[in-house]
Design a protein around this ligand. Structure first.
Ligand code: AMP
Ligand code: ZN
Length: 119
């Protein structure tokens, strides 16, 4: 009997619905859900439906997808009501960048002030 191929990627499994998440937005390109360990009153992860390991491995073929993720972040921020006050978008990349899940994602953080540079 053929068994379905189960992705080992956490975010691919969340996108597929195999692992539950609190979704706040979805369209044809991306899914956005609440971070399980929020670092701000709003902490949403915006992930492309097509797997990309990281910004480091993204290519020009991913240009539209990357732009789409940024505009989705801005749209969610407007919907949450803190866009005018301001917010932070972050793409942690590889080890020194603090990336722990190797499915590219944009963190959208809002609802409090942020300092720069981050730690
Ligand atoms: P990063 O460290 O930039 O790779 O971000 C990964 C993020 O995924 C972290 O902020 C985690 O809290 C978050 N995370 C890990 N597992 C889950 C999950 N099951 N649902 C939602 N967020 C998660
Ligand atoms: Zn994935």
């Amino acid at each position: 009997m053929m068994l379905p191929i189960m992705s080992e990627c956490l975010f691919c499994r969340i996108i597929a619905g195999d692992i539950p998440s609190a979704r706040v937005f979805e369209d044809e390109v991306c899914v956005a859900f609440n971070d399980i360990s929020p670092q701000a009153p709003t902490h949403v992860l915006i992930v492309p439906k097509d797997h990309i390991d990281s910004l480091h491995t993204a290519s020009t073929a991913d240009r539209d997808t990357l732009g789409h993720l940024m505009l989705a972040a801005a749209e969610i921020a407007r919907g949450k009501g803190f866009a005018e006050d301001g917010y932070r978008v972050v793409v942690n990349t590889n080890g020194d960048g603090g990336q722990t899940v190797f499915h590219l994602h944009v963190h959208l953080l809002g609802g409090r002030p942020f300092v720069f540079p981050p730690g």
